[in-house]
Design a binder for this molecule. Structure first.
Ligand code: PLP
Length: 387
């Protein structure tokens, strides 16, 4: 029996859409811009909000949705929205909640481009940001009255100042401010900020969540009402959507996240301890070396910094490294080095004109998955060559 053309055409498209196709162990990449409706009644039910199904990939896509649902579960909260970068997640979330005339209280030494967002675009829109030492609870308490938003990152970029996130979230609540944390460093494996009382969690998924330095992406997670506000007011209009292929790479990254973090943690702690004893090193900034971890943080990852003594030629040190590549991102399999003098050159550039405030002789390391002994030989050799 041969199939009539219509029946054949129907069979060819069967199961094309939908993350459950073929009971596959890996969700398919649903690479489509739009989804069509079987009947007009179905379309009307969907637009009336009585039926939930994908319509158009700017506002929803099944592969992206699988990633969002997993992130909400991992962050122990209701819902999440994927973004095409960590900065899109940060700016989209902040813009959903602040208005001209508002004030933001921000812990000092947040991710430099978040800092520049506050000091350029938001400043132009009459949103003022004040910076406080996040370890100084009385200072945060004093800065909060009247603030719309408390912006957190723990540990902070470069200086690695680690905070009592629960205590900071409680202060925000007392003053009626929304709290938002950048959780890229710890990931939900080591810190679930919503369980500590924080309202919203953002990630650069380009770092540990992706984990292989092959995707730029971001995500925000939080309670339904807050996520609905971002989904309603920001996501469709700014149009900053996560692509299905990127979401699929992130789903792959998530599967090995806990195991990768264990390896980053062990190797970074070992290197940090050895650096602390090295004669050319004056200080190591690693949350795991400064006594007990703050409450709510259950582990450490691969990114930290140290300060070199005057006897070390920092450019020669960086250039003598082989396993550590010179580069700014982190969270992948590869080890990376970047000296603070790069942030100073950038701060003098046309688009920032802002000194981020990193100590001059600071060097940041990301400890990848090459193994502590190999990485230590590389560092020891570079110290010897540059001293
Ligand atoms: C990289 C990074 C970001 C920005 O993320 P992108 O994905 O590069 O936009 C935000 N916060 C932290 C802590 C980061 O390291």
């Amino acid at each position: 029996m041969t199939l009539d053309p219509l029946d054949r055409a129907r069979r060819i498209v069967a199961h094309d859409a939908g993350a459950q196709a073929y009971d596959a162990v890996v969700p398919p990449i649903v690479q489509t811009s739009l989804f069509t409706f079987p009947t007009l009644a179905d379309m009307i039910e969907t637009y009336a909000g009585r039926k939930v199904r994908p319509v158009y990939s700017r506002v929803g896509n099944p592969t992206v949705r699988v990633f969002e649902e997993k992130m909400a579960l991992l962050e122990a909260t209701d819902d999440a929205i994927g973004f095409p970068s960590g900065m899109a997640a940060i700016s989209g979330t902040v813009l959903a909640f602040v208005r001209p005339g508002d004030r933001i209280v921000c812990v000092r030494h947040v991710y430099p481009d978040a800092y520049r967002l506050f000091e350029t675009l938001l400043k132009d829109w009459n949103v003022e940001t004040v910076y406080v030492d996040g370890r100084d609870l009385p200072a945060v308490h004093a800065a909060l009255p009247g603030a719309r938003l408390l912006y957190l990152e723990s540990p902070t970029s470069w200086t690695m100042e680690a905070h009592d996130v629960g205590a900071l979230a409680a202060l925000a609540k007392r003053h009626g401010a929304l709290s938002l944390i950048d959780n890229s460093w710890a990931t939900p494996v080591f810190q679930q900020p919503v369980t500590l009382g924080v309202d919203l969690v953002v990630h650069s998924a380009s770092k540990y969540i992706g984990g292989h330095s092959d995707v730029v992406a971001g995500v925000v997670a939080g309670p339904q009402a807050h996520i609905d506000r971002i989904r309603g007011r920001i996501a469709p209009y700014l149009g900053a959507k996560l692509a299905p292929f990127e979401a699929w790479l992130l789903l792959r990254g998530l599967r090995s996240l806990p195991e990768r973090l264990r390896a980053h943690e062990a190797a970074a702690l070992e290197i940090a301890r050895r650096l602390a004893e090295h004669p050319m090193v004056s200080a190591v900034h690693h949350p795991g070396l400064a006594g007990p971890l703050p409450p709510g943080l259950s582990g450490t990852t691969g990114l930290f910094s140290f300060e070199a003594r005057a006897g070390l030629d920092i450019p020669a040190f960086c250039d003598a490294l082989h396993l550590f590549k010179l580069g700014v991102s982190w969270g992948g399999h590869e080890s990376l080095v970047v000296p603070a003098l790069v942030t100073r050159v950038q701060a003098a550039g046309p688009n920032s004109a802002l000194d981020f405030g990193v100590p001059e002789r600071m060097i940041r390391l990301h400890i990848g998955l090459e193994g502590a002994e190999a990485l230590w030989s590389d560092l020891a050799h570079a110290f010897a060559k540059a001293s």
